[in-house]
Write a protein that binds this ligand. Structure first.
Ligand code: TRP
Length: 446
């Protein structure tokens, strides 16, 4: 690096894979995936989703990792170094998307911490009467509480990124990712052994393709991108801390596999429970904070199950929030040449401030705009505009512009053959751009 200090690196390949999986596994898997699946007809949606993850998601993820590992720079710097011209704009959009996503992600992250505690302090009594909705409503309109928990969540996120790559992010993900897996397994055992769980399992596991419609494909691809943390240079940034000896395709497959596993397993927790207690699986965004507490409230040991569930959600959200902050921080470190500690604190504070309007919007203090509150609008702008555009240009960049460089990078200069190179190249060239352009256009209309 130009200032003479060496770039930080992951301690090991498995550390990198766990950190990247920590980024991918988040609210998207446990909160968003089940309700999107519920709204799109269950198992048929899941089949399409998994296919899209491994064809298009994997390809774009490998493209991002190759760009970052080759350039050894943040998202903006990577494009400038490899090609220049207008390309750094793609990195810029990524940094802005990271800024926006983390602003509201921090608010929801705060809710998860509060709900861990609420599980043991009265939430279950209301939920037993089916009144978790009222609890949620009065919680989100209590501004000091919501912002207080947002600050706690952001503080933890900032602390980990402040500690750096090996000593902060990697260390944290090495502990939390296995813990997350254990929590999931415990919750699955509880859920599938509930009387009446079978109906939920068959909704979730038996495809009924008649339930599919034109929107299914777009919803599945959008979910795949968000869930894999693609389209905003997250994997470029994480890849930039990876040593030159490691092989990229294997790492990308492992991250896709872990992310898909967690989403599928989260469905195994939620659908049996929701069907066993006869509530609506397509309940939308409220499924996690309203429907599930209502379900837990009717179970023996409700506080424990609810507490464990929201702990799971918190862990998943934290390791993703860390990656979002790292994209912005890496940009400031490389481009403005600021030390990590200072860069993290400045980025963290600015992002936390931008989150406050989201919190106020959910509370009804800021008016809705075109039917969406501030949080939904921020999510729409990032997930439906910036991420698909970012993914589109990343695929085109690797497929048509920086093609030779990418070939060398994914094969470690020819020393590690990549058997699927040709299919991968054509997915980047044609399949991914066409599919992304399609969801981009349909997503904007909606
Ligand atoms: N993938 C995360 C989730 O499933 C969210 C996330 C983290 C993300 N980093 C990202 C989404 C980068 C898009 C881009 O919740």
């Amino acid at each position: 690096m130009s200032n003479g200090t060496e770039r930080e690196q992951w301690g090991s390949k498995i550390g990198f894979v766990l950190a990247a999986a920590g980024s991918a596994v988040g609210l998207g898997n446990i909160w968003r995936f089940p309700y999107i699946t519920g709204q799109n007809g269950g198992a048929a949606f899941v089949v399409i989703y998994v296919a899209l993850i491994f064809i298009i998601g994997f390809s774009v993820m490998l493209a991002e990792m190759a760009i970052g590992r080759n350039a050894q720079l943040n998202a903006v710097g990577s494009f400038r170094k490899l090609k220049g011209g207008m390309w750094p704009i793609v990195g810029w959009m990524g940094v802005i998307a990271g800024f926006i996503i983390l602003s509201y992600y921090g608010v929801i992250g705060g809710w998860t911490i509060s709900y861990i505690l609420k599980s043991f302090t009265g939430l279950m009594d209301f939920a037993a009467q089916g009144e978790a909705g009222q609890v949620f409503g009065s919680f989100v309109s209590n501004i000091p509480q919501v912002i207080g928990w947002q600050l706690v969540f952001m503080f933890v996120t900032i602390f980990v990124v402040y500690k750096g790559i090996g000593g902060g992010i990697e260390k944290c993900c090495r502990v939390l990712m296995p813990a997350l897996f254990i929590l999931l397994l415990v919750l699955i055992v509880r859920s599938v052994t509930l009387p009446g769980a079978g109906e939920g399992l068959s909704f979730y596991l038996k495809p009924d393709f008649s339930k599919m419609n034109a929107g299914t494909f777009g919803a599945a691809l959008g979910q795949a991108f968000f869930s894999l943390s693609l389209g905003m240079g997250c994997m470029i940034t994480y890849g930039s801390y990876l040593g030159k000896k490691e092989t990229l395709p294997g790492a990308a497959v492992q991250v896709c596999f872990l992310d898909t596993m967690v989403a599928l397993l989260a469905g195994l927790v939620i659908f049996p429970a929701v069907f066993a207690f006869g509530v609506d699986a397509g309940a939308g965004a409220g499924l996690t904070f309203i429907t599930l507490p209502n379900v837990f409230g009717q179970m023996p040991g409700g506080p424990i199950w609810s507490g464990l569930f929201f702990l799971l959600l918190f862990v998943a959200a934290l390791t993703s929030a860390i990656s979002l902050l790292e994209v912005v921080t890496a940009y400031i470190i490389d481009e403005i040449k600021m030390p990590r500690q200072k860069a993290t604190i400045i980025a963290g504070i600015l992002i936390t401030l931008l989150g406050i309007p989201s919190a106020l919007g959910v509370a009804g203090i800021i008016p809705k705009f075109a039917g969406r509150d501030f949080l939904d609008s921020a999510d729409f702008l990032a997930s439906n505009v910036l991420l698909p555009l970012g993914g589109l240009f990343i695929a085109l960049f690797v497929g048509w512009v920086w093609t030779d460089g990418a070939k060398k990078e994914v094969t470690n200069n020819g020393s590690a053959p990549f058997g699927l190179y040709v299919p991968w190249l054509w997915v980047c060239r044609l399949v991914a751009p066409i599919a992304i352009a399609y969801i981009f256009i349909t997503g904007l209309k909606w």
